[in-house]
Every structure is written in C-alpha cells, then in structure tokens.
Write a protein of this length. Sequence first.
Length: 66
Amino acid sequence: MELPRNPFLLPLCQCGGTTRLSHVEPHATDEGKSLRTYVCQTCGSLQTHVVVRSNVPTMPPLRAAL
C-alpha cells in the first residue's frame, strides 16, 4: 500500500541517514507518474518512489523582439 507523502520532503534511509534526489525518470507504463530515485548520504543505498506527476501549466515560448 502506497502512503501519500509530501513531495517536498526527502525520505530518510533505513539506516537513519539523510537522502538526496539522484534522478527523476518517467514511469515505464503509466504516463501520469514518474520515478524519483534517492541516494543515502550515509550508506549509499538507493530508494525509488513512484509519484503522481502534477499538471503544471507551461508558459508559451517567448518571442524574440525584432
């Protein structure tokens, strides 16, 4: 069972160490989700979490002034 979590908080490692975001990649089968991988700063272990992508509105491209 996946528990909801605040996407702005970094997870703690099982060893108690702090983690940092290593990389983000698209989910293999679900376009509405992405995979975030965190690496522990103490023991070097990896954790991967599935997160729902937010629909952030994109800005239109800026036009160059002529």
